[in-house]
Design a protein around this ligand. Structure first.
Ligand SMILES: [Fe+2]
Length: 310
């Protein structure tokens, strides 16, 4: 799957035992069991919200980020509705049409453009290219270019605000400095179509950690599981489904660059796409990946590839 990327823990094999589909009764968290962080208070530098955010990202490694009370993002639900509609239009095209959007000349760890695998397909738009007007969008997305640009800006600025507060909370300015706008990065907005399938037990195992810094996920159907203990693949793992975020909120979780830059003080939780019950249906994810400056991420990707090959 492509919700996350090239971490050595990524796999794609049939589920077994309690794997992605699973045969055990799934554990479903309620919304009240997830820490909710108010973006407006994060932006204003509220000390109590910063402490709550830092604590949650150091323990669970994920929160719900609530966009609704920040004046600049109060209309997030309408933005999300427009981007879901654009996704539906895009993925309804023929495979041939979408394959023409495959990006050549990119490093293997870049997710730009159209990608397809057994369980999902995706189209990722580079934040740098969107910002600079260098990205030529496919026709179904061009019709919603304004909404996509607005949504990308909202997500980018929200993740940078969160990163600033984490840098403050931990007194680690490098966290923020490695994400300066002047330095090229692979940050991007990814549209993902990953339908649920007839038999939940047939879901392919896809556990992984994201390779960027922060991941924002908008989704309306149950489908994200997080490992709450035994993150070592050799250990017994315990998985919980994180519910769809309330309207106007998104799941925000840490990724590998965040863990590395914080010296392991902030978590990059092992997670996967799964489904708690049988049933084939359309299912979309809107993902925003904040990634560090390109040179740093490239160096770490090479290091991880070496570890995986060893
Ligand atoms: Fe992921």
């Amino acid at each position: 799957m492509t919700v996350l990327s090239q971490s050595p823990s990524s796999t794609a094999r049939p589920a077994r035992g309690s794997a992605a589909g699973g045969t055990r009764t799934p554990t479903l968290l309620t919304v009240s069991q997830v820490n909710i962080i108010d973006l407006a208070r994060v932006v204003s530098g509220d000390a109590a919200e910063t402490a709550k955010l830092t604590r949650a990202m150091a323990t669970d490694g994920y929160v719900f980020l609530d966009f609704r009370s920040a004046p600049a993002t109060a209309d997030i639900a309408q933005q999300v509705t427009a981007v879901y509609a654009a996704s539906d239009d895009y993925f309804a095209q023929s495979r041939d049409a979408k394959t023409r959007d495959t990006r050549a000349g990119q490093p293997a760890w870049s997710d730009r453009g159209y990608k397809f695998c057994a369980s999902d397909e995706s189209f990722e738009m580079s934040s740098d290219e969107l910002r600079d007007g260098r990205l030529e969008l496919p026709t179904p997305l061009e019709k919603q270019a304004g909404a996509l640009g607005e949504f990308q800006t909202t997500c980018h600025e929200a993740t940078l605000a969160v990163l600033s507060r984490l840098a403050d909370g931990l007194k680690l300015p490098e966290l923020h400095e490695r994400h300066e706008a002047a330095r090229a990065s692979e940050s991007g907005l990814k549209l993902i179509a990953e339908p649920s399938i007839a038999r939940a037990s047939d879901v392919l195992e896809n556990k992984h950690r994201d390779s960027g810094t922060l991941t924002l996920l908008f989704y309306e159907a149950w489908g994200i599981q997080v490992c709450v203990e035994g993150a070592d693949e050799e250990a017994e793992e315990s998985w919980v489904f994180v519910p769809p975020p309330p309207a106007g909120c998104a799941l925000l979780h840490g990724a590998q660059s965040l863990a590395r830059l914080s010296g392991g003080r902030l978590r990059s939780p092992l997670h996967r796409v799964a489904q708690p019950a049988d049933g084939a249906a359309k299912r979309y994810f809107l993902s925003y990946f904040l990634r560090p400056e390109r040179g740093l991420q490239g160096a770490w990707e090479a290091l991880d590839a070496g570890v995986a090959a060893a």
